[in-house]
Write a protein that binds this ligand. Structure first.
Ligand code: NAG
Ligand code: NAG
Ligand code: NAG
Ligand code: NAG
Ligand code: NAG
Length: 395
């Protein structure tokens, strides 16, 4: 190998000087490179912290009471067409409820205030069979949201995302009054075998029926799952963080446990123009009990059956998460707030230990779902000194 400047005729002194010069140049280069890496790392950290700060400010201003619901209302009005104000769900005679007659609370048929006489038209009875399921995720969705469901399957909803833990994920829908959509839905179910459907009309005012359906299916067909997460199809879930979080809970959290983004002391909206308008007849009290955002919450397995049974003796209210709060209050279960559950849209996910999220909301399109998933898996890749990020950014 030829080394520039190295000659056979050099004396020992000349050679020593030559070697010093070479080493000097090399070490200068290494030191400079190190400084660049460190400065860039600091810059990157500051940038991430700034992003988290912006998000935290938004989070703080979101408020916890009426304002947040009003804002949620405003956002919804912009994003989705206002659901038409529909009739009360039907009140059925309670004679069909002998099935639950072994329960003392339900023995007196006249106490059934919210019957659930629906049956599954699409089902996956063997979904959880023989498996030591840790987490069941039920995503409520509308029959026509084909692309959104596929985006979830392709991203956070893939059951094999987390190694060593058995996760089951299903989609829950009601009936649709359109045979084309129903046929497509059945075809989709034929391919993926991951849809459950009950025979009530899928509509905004029937969302609570869907929540009840989720609790019912969970205890009837997947009662072994330690935890059940219920999300909407516009929620984005960091399943790794979720499994970690649940795994670290104390043994107390294995029963009568509920967690999510909790609303405290919210007031019913008495303005008829609002999507969340609730009359005094529907709900007479001035505040709602604490409830987790229906967008994403987790309950321990014992609660699925208890919630279902409680719903039968609890007057219907169409706001599904408030209704959950009412049932939990009856059961005497406290809701545990977690700052890791976000009720709003976060956009691109910054990677920082401070931004420790489990679920975010308002991911309204399949493209946003895929972008968020990619961001999660590249931005947050663990690496020495964030070297991966630096190299990727420099590239
Ligand atoms: C059922 O409950 C109603 C009202 O709560 C009561 O009037 C009735 O006597 C009860 N019937 C039985 C068989 O306990
Ligand atoms: C889920 O992930 C596994 C492993 O990465 C992959 O083999 C499988 O095709 C994925 N399933 C779907 C529906 O994307
Ligand atoms: C049924 O849904 C399809 C697809 O969304 C739509 O094109 C069609 O007009 C609908 N049919 C009726 C009768 O509403
Ligand atoms: C709720 O579902 C029931 C059963 O299908 C239906 O009769 C009722 O009209 C639906 N209610 C609304 C408000 O859509
Ligand atoms: C679990 O519950 C018991 C009894 O209510 C209580 O004494 C204990 O502090 C709880 N442990 C944790 C970690 O919350």
């Amino acid at each position: 190998m030829e080394i520039r400047g190295l000659k056979d005729s050099m004396t020992v002194d000349q050679f020593t000087a030559f070697a010093r010069r070479k080493i000097n140049i090399t070490s200068k280069f290494i030191i400079t490179a190190c400084i660049i890496v460190v400065v860039y790392h600091l810059y990157y950290q500051l940038q991430q912290r700034a992003k988290v700060h912006i998000l935290e400010t938004r989070f703080a201003t979101e408020g916890k009471t009426l304002q947040s619901i009003v804002r949620r209302d405003a956002v919804l009005q912009r994003l989705t067409p206002v659901a038409k104000q529909a009739d009360e769900p039907p009140r059925h005679t309670s004679s069909s409820h002998q099935f639950y007659s072994n329960n003392v609370m339900l023995k007196n048929a006249s106490t059934i205030l919210n019957p659930h006489p629906y049956t599954f038209t699409l089902n996956i009875p063997d979904k959880c069979k023989n498996d030591n399921v840790f987490l069941l995720i039920v995503v409520t969705t509308s029959p026509a949201n084909f692309d959104q469901r596929q985006a979830i399957r392709d991203t956070w909803g893939n059951e094999s995302n987390v190694n060593g833990v058995i996760i089951k994920r299903v989609f829950a829908v009601g009936m649709v009054d359109n045979s084309t959509v129903q046929e497509d839905l059945e075809r989709e179910h034929g391919v993926h075998r991951d849809i459950i459907q009950e025979d009530f009309l899928d509509s905004y005012r029937n969302l609570t029926l869907k929540a009840v359906m989720v609790w019912k299916w969970a205890f009837q067909y997947c009662s072994q799952a330690s935890y059940v997460m219920k999300t909407d199809d516009d929620a984005f879930v960091n399943v790794h963080k979720l499994v970690n979080h649940l795994g670290q809970l104390s043994a107390n959290a294995s029963r009568r446990f509920v967690t999510g983004h909790v609303y405290v002391d919210t007031e019913p909206i008495r303005d008829p123009a609002s999507k969340w308008f609730v009359t005094k007849e529907e709900y007479p009290r001035d505040t709602y009990p604490s409830y987790p955002c229906g967008c994403a919450y987790v309950i321990s397995k014992d609660l699925t059956k208890l919630l279902f049974e409680t719903s039968l003796v609890t007057e219907y209210l169409f706001i599904e998460d408030v209704y959950l709060g009412i049932c939990l209050e009856k059961l005497g279960v406290d809701v545990v707030n977690s700052h890791k559950f976000w009720s709003m849209y976060v956009g691109t996910i910054p990677c920082s230990p401070q931004f420790d999220f489990i679920a975010t909301h308002w991911v309204k399109t399949p493209e946003a779902m895929v972008t968020s998933w990619k961001a999660l898996n590249t931005n947050c890749r663990k690496s020495f000194f964030g070297l991966w990020d630096i190299l990727r950014d420099l590239w």
